[in-house]
Design a protein around this ligand. Structure first.
Ligand SMILES: [Fe+2]
Length: 336
């Protein structure tokens, strides 16, 4: 048994993934993920996941990048497409219900968090990636009572979890990542035994899934195979949509920026569920009792940095403050 329990599911629906692929096409247009934004006094102007982005730009990705690429190309590689299929128990497209309430996910969540049998689906979302793209190594955005991505920068929530200082307020989330077609490249790499141990590498196969504590286990997506000599110039604001006959196009306004066949894309659907110890904890979560505030979070983090000799005197201004927090608490994998 490793540091973190993970569960692999070999057959999710037994239909070779066709229902979910139909759903993906029926959904229509997918926006780039990097368009997310939050109003907060800390980290103004920094990308939501500058923690993972900075590590990616520094290392060139999990398998490294010997021919150092320019920032625009590297940005295009991680500028993938995402949409929500369900939020909470609310479907945003019909046909997602069997996925959202899949018993195999619930069972796997209970295996990962054995003391937390009350499993409540929180979200189902799709990631679509085009040839040449990859997903920088990261841990997912965790949630704490009073602190989520609607009110705080995503990188700060990640810092909070890695600091270990706010576990009393954290709501453990189980994540199931699933695939519904085969993919050339685009392996799911994850570090169940911690960032210093070698990663596990899961080849993407139709109708399979991996369930894990993605807020604690580092993971990423290796580069998707590409026949093209250059990376398409993908930027925030572009959209990916089906164009009939298995063709998908990336649109930049009315212009077509790239065109691919479905078989060249990488499609994954993620399931996330809150895992509560009991109904009482579930109720506390709902009513917002015992919520943390940004002021308390920053006081505690800065106090800890001072105690550890990593900060003397007043806290620096941003962006140095945000960089200090990410650099002090998030230890990225050193193994590929
Ligand atoms: Fe993730």
């Amino acid at each position: 048994m490793g540091l973190h329990t993970t569960v692999e599911i070999d057959e999710l629906f037994g239909d070779a993934g066709t229902a979910m692929v139909d759903l993906a096409e029926r959904f229509g247009r997918y926006q780039t993920y990097s368009q997310e934004h939050v109003d907060s006094p800390i980290g103004v102007g920094l990308p939501q996941r500058f923690d993972a982005l900075t590590n990616f730009l520094r290392t060139g990705g999990r398998t490294g990048n010997p021919t150092k690429e320019d920032l625009r190309t590297l940005g295009a590689r991680t500028n993938y497409f995402r949409e929500e299929y369900a939020y909470g128990l609310e479907p945003r497209i019909s046909g997602i219900e069997p996925f959202l309430h899949h018993q195999a996910f619930v069972d796997a969540a209970r295996a990962i968090f054995p003391d937390r049998p009350v499993v409540e689906p929180a979200i189902a979302f799709a990631n679509l990636m085009v040839p040449g793209q990859e997903l920088a190594v990261h841990t997912d955005v965790p949630e704490f009572r009073g602190c989520n991505r609607k009110v705080m920068p995503q990188w700060l929530l990640v810092v909070m979890h890695h600091s270990g200082l706010f576990e009393r307020w954290r709501m453990p989330i189980a994540t199931g990542v699933s695939w519904f077609h085969d993919c050339d490249g685009g392996e799911f790499a994850y570090w169940p035994d911690g960032p210093e141990a070698p990663p596990a590498v899961h080849q993407v196969r139709r109708d399979t899934a991996v369930v894990l504590d993605a807020d604690s286990v580092f993971h990423g997506v290796d580069r998707i195979a590409s026949e093209l000599p250059e990376m398409a110039p993908l930027r925030p604001g572009m959209g990916l949509e089906p164009a009939g006959g298995g063709r998908w196009v990336v649109r930049d306004g009315d212009e077509v920026a790239a065109e691919h066949h479905w078989d060249e894309l990488r499609f994954s659907v993620s399931w996330k569920a809150y895992c509560f110890t009991d109904e009482e904890e579930q109720a506390t979560w709902r009513t917002g009792a015992d919520d943390l505030t940004l002021e308390v979070v920053l006081d505690r983090l800065l106090g800890d940095l001072r105690e550890r000799g990593l900060l003397e005197g007043d806290a620096p201004e941003d962006p140095e403050l945000s960089q200090l927090l990410v650099g002090s608490y998030i230890r990225f994998p050193t193994t590929a």
